[in-house]
Design a binder for this molecule. Structure first.
Ligand code: SAH
Length: 213
């Protein structure tokens, strides 16, 4: 794996593009400027890895579009040391962004090969999330409550089990819907109530139940 001047230059352009599209949090822009996204994809994507687009990562899944990663991360309003549960580790790229801005990351993936691959790469790059192989619908109660929960696959509806694992006052950012998703930020107000804000349409690979070998 090589991070060349060309990759660094393309990354700088990508950051400028994302900033132009409205992302303001400098910590997030710096993280995207630092993390070698091309390492999170097959080498055949080397020439296009810094386009602001999703790309296949195997097992029928995709690495999210960088703008979407930045948008979801911005909605989470991470403060240093926040305990964040991510559903859908995929390539591990989003987890790296969260770690880079100071979050403590717990991440779950249902595809065993992606779980293994992302964990290996993240460790090689010096990122150490707590990675789990399993079904994100049931979350990871043992480490709850979380300050923030991020879902990076399209959930047909708000997963109630995950709300239970969220701290009161915490945020869950999740794309909700079947074919097209509405980005929602759910604020847990009490054990019984939550507030929902909506942030436009996105398209994600679906959040599916169970785990896969
Ligand atoms: N955050 C990832 C995006 C990957 S796409 C990245 O930065 O690359 C969404 C991922 O969610 C896929 O890898 C998919 O396998 C996973 N996924 C879908 N349903 C899931 C579930 N119920 N539990 C855990 N992971 C799930």
């Amino acid at each position: 794996m090589n991070d060349t001047f060309r990759h660094k230059g393309l990354r700088k352009k990508l950051v400028e593009g994302i900033s132009y599209k409205g992302i303001e949090d400098k910590r997030i822009l710096d993280a995207i400027g630092k993390i070698p996204r091309h390492f999170f994809m097959d080498s055949t994507f080397d020439n296009i890895a810094y386009q602001d687009k999703p790309f296949p990562i195997g097992s029928g899944q995709t690495i999210s579009q960088p703008y979407t990663v930045a948008f979801q991360t911005e909605l989470l309003q991470i403060t240093k040391g926040d305990k964040v549960l991510e559903i859908g580790t995929g390539s591990g790229y989003q987890a790296a962004v969260l770690l880079e801005i100071g979050a403590k990351v717990y991440t779950i993936e249902r595809h065993h090969d992606l779980f293994i691959k992302s964990q290996k790469l993240l460790h090689e790059l010096g990122y150490h999330p707590n990675s789990f192989y399993g079904d994100g619908y049931i979350g990871k109660e043992a480490f709850s409550p979380y300050d923030k929960i991020l879902i990076t696959a399209g959930a047909p509806e708000i997963p109630e089990e995950l709300i239970k694992q969220l701290k009161i006052g915490g945020y869950m950012v999740a794309p909700i819907g079947k074919n097209i998703q509405i980005m929602k930020r759910i604020t847990k107000l009490s054990d019984e109530e939550y507030d929902i804000e909506r942030f436009g349409e996105f398209v994600f690979v679906p959040m599916l139940k169970g785990k896969i070998n």
